[in-house]
Every structure is written in structure tokens, then in C-alpha cells.
Design a binder for this molecule. Structure first.
Ligand code: UDX
Length: 435
């Protein structure tokens, strides 16, 4: 299949490289000339394990290329994916679809022969209808079908998630789109990933419902963690105890500082807005958004409480800044609100993150940065694990204690067992570990 991917961000680049790896002929398009120039030189604009090699292999094999020219590749394509950004629109919380619709207009002008146009970006219900309308309006002669194909990959595990998804969802309104979409995903369902064909609006809603549910699941266990602290229970065991029930399942039950990232915060907000606009409010999602927002600052209060209520003039070492490990992505990272609250309270913050510091410096320019966990904790009254990078999973407590002003460890990801940290002489504060 000849595939064009419009938008070479996270989803576009990973999907494009993986499709090429399946043997398809893929052209990735982006308006950002610097990004395309970098990709052409073999550079990768994001940090994602395995991606650089995957891109290099497929470029060398002649199956993957990068360009800023949309029209040429679209004219030759069987399937054109729209994988551009859909950020939260300022002011009202809706998804900003201007990039999606802009791409639709350009695609419309370039189409030759029957082409399937697919929205891969996370888009609100009804976007596919509007994309189809725009294409028809821009080019009444265009022969096309619009499909919805949401992407469920996670950052940090993107290639594995793309290649072995739990399911593939494709929403179509025109039967002519079915065979090309089956051909695009053929290598995957040979791997036994089920492909679910639905209506286009249903497919669009599936993505939001999935992310909404997962965000709610995390928020649920976070609230249970707070309760555990009050009643003397351990959230790790509660999580395991409920997760072993097949109806609940063990994943996304890890209590922490609240979810962040490029998807959950944006998608829960957009889902709540869509529901409100359609007079079918989703109270559970609205509450999830509110609870998660307040949680981040509550984590700073937890650190302050661990230091007997006073952090003014004290140094605090922050271990991990990105919203999760194995990414350099700082979008909506809990670390941002936590650090701001700590500095507001008068603390001096020094942070270390294995991959996120470059982007973090843009968001958090006021704090100090160190080049290791131990350097960040130097002279600190508390070390705070905010992101569970592997580099923080086997800390040398002796070394940490020797460099710190006070041996206090606040573990917002429950990386350690309280007794092991305490046995090593650290005062330990985890999440939901009241037992
Ligand atoms: C998510 C969805 O998982 C993915 O299907 C979708 O396509 C995009 O959004 P991603 O944002 O990359 O992926 O990361 P994910 O691993 O889902 O984590 C999201 C946030 O939830 C992180 O801040 C993470 O730390 C947090 N989280 C996750 C928890 O706090 N506890 C958990 O048990 C799981």
C-alpha cells in the first residue's frame, strides 16, 4: 500500500515508521521544515526507545521518506492518514481542530483517484463528517472515503503498542474504505490483533471513552490511596487485591501523583465538553478532571508535611520531571505543579531527569538542574521521586543519606517498600501506605 502520513509528531512518526516496517511504502509529511530536515539526516525529534533504529532501517530500505510537500505524495497515495496535533483550545477546553481541517483542505486539492482519508489524531465525534464535507467542498471531483482510526499507543512503549495492539478500531461510513484499511493492517491481524469495524462516530467515541475510563481508573486508585493513608491500609495491596478480579483487571491501578501527558488531560477535558454540549453530561469524567487537577498540588503539601510543615529555605531534590518514564515529554507533567507549589512555599528546588531536562528548562526555568539523582539530592532536606525512571529504582541509600541534609524520601510512585527504605535509615513517605 502507498501510505501518506500527514503530521510527523508522536503518533504520525511512530505509525509511519511501523507501517513502513510492515512493508508498506510510506511518506511522512510535516509543515515544519526544520523537523523534516532533521528526520532526513537521521535525527529523531522526540525521545522514544527504538524509534531511531526503526526509522533508519526503513529509510535505508527505501520504504520510508520525509517531505514538506503534501501534494505530490497524496496524489499517489491509496491511504492518507491525518496525524496532526489536536491541542486543547484556549478558553473552552474543546479540542482545537484547525490543523486537522487545514490538512483536509490541502489533501482535497491534491487527491487523484480513489483515496481513503483517515483521521488518526484523537478527534471529537463528528470530525470525520466535517473532514468529508471540507474535502467535498474544496474539490467536488475528489473520489474519496473518510475513515476514523484512533491510535492507542503509549509514549515510551509506542512501537510495541503499535505492533501488538489489543485491538485496531476502524470507523467507516463507505464500504469502499474497508478493503484498503484491511490491507494497511493485514500484518497486524495476522499477529491476532482483532480489527473492529464500526461506524465512524462510534470509532471516534471509542478513543475518548477508552482514555476517559483509564483516567478514571487511575483517579479512583489515587483516591483510594488517600483513604488508605487515613485508615491504615496499603494501596499496593488493595490494588493487587482488586486487580486480580478479572472484571477489574490489574493495569492502570498504580497510585501516584496524578496522570499527566499529552492525552489523558486533553482528552478527558474534551470528552466532558462534548458530553455537556450534547446535554448528556459525564459527571464521572468531570469529577475525574477536577480530582486529578487538585491532586498535583496536594502532592506538594505531602512533601511539606514530610518536612514538618516548613520548607522555606530548605533544598528539595526532585527525581524525575517527565509525566512518565522513557519519554522526554513534559506536557501536563505533575512535576510542574508540584515544583511550582514547593517554590511558592519558599523551597529551593534542584531536579534531575534522565531525558526530560532540556524541555523542562523551558517550563521550569527558575529551578536548579543537576546531572544525577545524587547531585539533585545534595544538601536537600528531602528527595522526592516524581517519575519512576529505572535509574531511581536501585538508589544507593547510603550515598544518598551522606549527601543529603536530612534523610527524607518522598516516593510519589511507590517505587520502594517502606520497610526497605527505613531499614536503610531513610524516613520514608509513599503514596497510600498507611499500613
Ligand atoms: C495514554 C494511553 O494509555 C494511550 O492509549 C493513548 O493513546 C494516549 O494516552 P500515554 O499518555 O503515553 O498514553 O501514557 P500512559 O502510560 O497511559 O500514562 C498516562 C499517565 O497516567 C502518566 O502520567 C502515568 O504516570 C499515569 N499513570 C498510568 C498512573 O498514574 N498510574 C497508572 O497505573 C498508569
Amino acid at each position: 500500500m502507498r501510505i501518506v502520513m500527514i503530521g510527523s509528531g508522536y503518533v504520525g512518526l511512530v505509525s509511519g515508521a511501523c507501517f513502513a516496517d510492515f512493508g508498506h511504502d510510506v511518506v511522512c509529511v510535516d509543515k515544519d521544515e526544520a523537523k523534516i530536515a532533521k528526520l532526513r539526516e537521521g535525527g529523531i525529534p522526540i525521545y522514544e526507545p527504538g524509534l531511531e533504529q526503526l526509522v533508519a532501517t526503513n529509510v535505508a530500505a527505501g520504504r520510508l521518506s520525509f517531505t514538506t510537500d503534501l501534494a505530490g505524495p497524496v496524489a499517489d497515495a491509496d491511504v492518507v492518514f491525518i496525524g496532526v496535533g489536536t491541542p486543547t483550545r484556549r478558553g473552552d477546553g474543546h479540542a482545537d481542530l484547525s490543523y486537522v481541517y487545514g490538512a483536509a483542505r490541502e489533501i482535497a486539492a491534491a487527491i487523484k483517484g480513489f483515496t481513503v482519508v483517515v483521521t488518526k489524531s484523537t478527534v471529537p465525534v463528528g470530525t470525520g463528517d466535517e473532514v468529508a464535507r471540507i474535502i467535498r467542498e474544496t474539490n467536488p471531483d475528489a473520489d474519496f472515503a473518510v475513515a476514523s482510526n484512533p491510535e492507542f499507543l503509549r509514549e515510551g512503549a509506542a512501537i510495541e503498542d503499535f505492533k501488538r495492539p489489543d485491538r485496531i478500531v476502524v470507523g467507516i461510513e463507505d464500504e469502499r474504505a474497508r478493503a484498503p484499511m484491511e490491507a494497511v493492517y493485514r500484518p497486524l491481524y495476522l499477529n491476532r490483533s482483532p480489527i473492529l469495524f464500526t461506524g465512524r462516530r462510534t470509532s471516534e467515541l471509542i478513543k475518548y471513552a477508552a482514555n476517559g475510563f483509564l483516567a478514571m481508573k487511575i483517579t479512583f486508585i489515587n483516591e483510594i490511596a488517600d483513604l488508605c493513608e487515613k485508615v491504615g491500609a496499603d494501596v499496593q495491596d488493595v490494588s493487587r487485591g482488586i486487580g486480580l478480579d478479572n472484571r477489574i483487571g490489574p493495569k492502570f491501578l498504580h497510585a501516584g501523583p496524578g496522570y499527566g501527558g499529552s492525552c489523558f488531560p486533553k482528552d478527558t477535558l474534551a470528552l466532558a465538553k462534548t458530553a455537556e454540549d450534547n446535554e448528556a453530561p459525564l459527571r464521572l469524567i468531570e469529577t475525574t478532571v477536577a480530582v486529578n487537577d487538585t491532586r498535583k498540588r496536594a502532592m506538594a503539601r505531602k512533601v511539606i508535611a514530610a518536612l514538618d510543615g516548613e520548607v522555606r529555605g530548605k533544598r528539595i531534590g526532585i527525581l524525575g520531571l517527565t509525566f512518565k518514564p522513557n519519554t522526554d515529554d513534559m506536557r501536563e507533567a505533575p512535576s510542574i505543579a508540584i515544583i511550582q507549589a514547593l517554590t511558592d512555599a519558599g523551597a529551593e528546588v534542584c531536579a534531575y531527569d534522565p531525558e526530560g531536562m532540556e524541555l523542562a528548562k523551558g517550563v521550569l526555568p527558575e529551578i536548579e538542574y543537576a546531572d544525577s539523582a545524587y547531585a539533585a539530592a545534595k544538601d536537600a532536606s528531602a528527595a522526592v521521586i516524581v517519575t519512576e525512571w529505572d535509574a531511581f529504582r536501585a538508589l544507593d541509600f547510603e550515598r544518598l543519606k551522606n549527601t543529603m541534609a536530612q534523610a527524607v524520601l518522598v516516593d510519589l510512585r511507590n517505587v520502594y517498600k517502606p520497610h526497605e527504605a527505613e531499614a536503610a535509615g531513610m524516613r520514608y513517605f509513599g503514596i497510600g501506605r498507611g499500613a
